[in-house]
Design a protein. Sequence first.
Lengths: 369, 290
Amino acid sequence: MVKKFVMFVTVICVALFFAGVSHAGVVKIGAVQPLSGNLAVYGQGFKMAIDLATAEINAKGGINGKKLEIVYEDGKGTAKDSVAAVRKLIDINKVPLILGPAASTNFLAVAPICENAHVVLIGAESASPAITKAGAYVFRVFPSDKLQGKGVAELVEKLGYKKVPVLYINNDWGKGLKDVFVANFTKKGGKVLAEIPYDQGKTDYRAQLLQIKRFNPKAAVALVYVKDGAVIFKQAYELGIKTQWIAGSAAKSGKLVKLAGKAVEGLTGTYPAFSNTSPAYKAFAAAWKKKYGDKKIGIFAEYNYDMVHLVARALAKGGATPDGIRKALYKVSKGYVGVTGDKTFDSNGDVGSAYGVWSVKDGKIISKR
Amino acid sequence: MTIFFQSLLDGLIAGSIYALFAAGLTLVYGTLHFINFAHGELIMAGAFLAYLFMMPPLLLSPLLSGIFAVTGVVLLALLMDKTVFSRLRNANPLLLLIASLGLSLLLQNLAQVLWGAKIRAFPFPLQRGKVFGPVVITSVQITILWVAALTIFLLYLFLKFSRIGKAVRGVADNPVLAKTFGVESEKIIRIVWVVAAILAAVGGILVAADTNLEPHMGIVNLVRAFAAVLIGGAGNVWGALIGGFIIGLSENLGVLLLPIGYKDAIAFFIIILILLFRPEGLFGTRWGVR
């Protein structure tokens, strides 16, 4: 009887001992991802990439010997639920860092909360230029759309066009992008024939298109989204405007081709690209295949994977406090080349990017890096 | 110069459609004495019903879809009158206006629930426009022009020569006098709804064929129609038709002088000018045609 009791107590003590050890040996960070709702189809892929990177980090000894653990919360793809999830992670779980929600709107909704609470927020999918100014604790490993302006200017120049009109969506994204394009293009000696804004969600853009038609340009830049783009390119086709349309990455979508058909045949544009032949990419793809078999690599999985590896390095260097991580992120990112290229943060917590070229050929989108 | 002629043509096409909207809106105003904000949703309903019939699983021809859609919108207008406006027949026009605003919001949101907010297009094959000298016109636009012209011509015949049409004008002119002559005003009101609904639905289908459809297309076009009604003098059908063309032309020609972003503001600008300087409309009572 006594023997049994002693054994029982021993087992409990051992269990408690190990429980304590594992508790002390864990570094917890938060993640708000769209695990259900509209964006769930992407969210599952993000989670797989995050889990893959976490498993790799822990297999290599974790964060200075401690295990890295991700506390997931479901942002459901909406700003409201993302905010609730972030509040829970900050108030209850007291995490020093949160892997932020997808879609710029959701990301921007939670950014002020993290900024006020002095908790680091880092994103892997949000492209809005507004995020640049979202705060000192806000980072992203995805390039700002603003950089696109430069990419488009380089593409127009490379294709040999000297004079182009530019049609752009009349919002923060479009105006910012247009300004960057115009500045870069004129610096290269190009001439912008006209700057023509349009409002999103209209059904008729022919007045704008006529302004382009009057120049009869060899090429025209269209900084458009998919849906407006479809309306615009169709009406341009009907109006008989024969020009080389050049777009940004926001229009790079099979959906555009589906909506606008032959009107977008020959359309070309830029998009943030990374090499899929680099050693880093090959290692990532092999690791993905090993863990997930033949499951396709999800959209932006590479960015999520780089993000977790960067965060792990910052945790190791700066400790698991928000300010430690924040300072360390700048140091560890310097010259860090991940799967998606150079991830050096600028003073706003933004990264640069290389740009590839996409075009529509025979109703299909062809990407060239 | 090319851009001038093209803008002129675009203005005529837009104007012919606005004329249909404005004629219906002004007819309702003439008989019921309130601005029907839900008129825009009759426009939207016409476009969306036609879309519904044209797309799978029904896949009806455009003509058949159009006829069914117009019928559907007529029923919708009669339902609106039966459930809301007929109960407020002798109420303050302000109450009617607010009721119509409520209906408008209800129908807009209903459409958004049913079809979503995204922009849709009729399943017409994409074609290059035909080139006639300085202008480009698509075959859809040619169809729009003659359908609009035919509709306006039929409206003219109806109001000018048919007994019912004359009665409609009579009620609009002087309801009390019309009643003493034995015109049954409830019947006339129903006929006005039918005519207004047909004009709105035909115009809505045409505007959707020319551009695209979305649940809020009604309110956008209502603003134009309202401006056209004011130009013509409220209640004046011929004035509203001319007003529609004036709006369409000034919008499309105006952007040759103004920055492009002001295109949508032109109708508002005209509304303000008319209300300030000629509230009775350009062809106010002096012309006396109703």
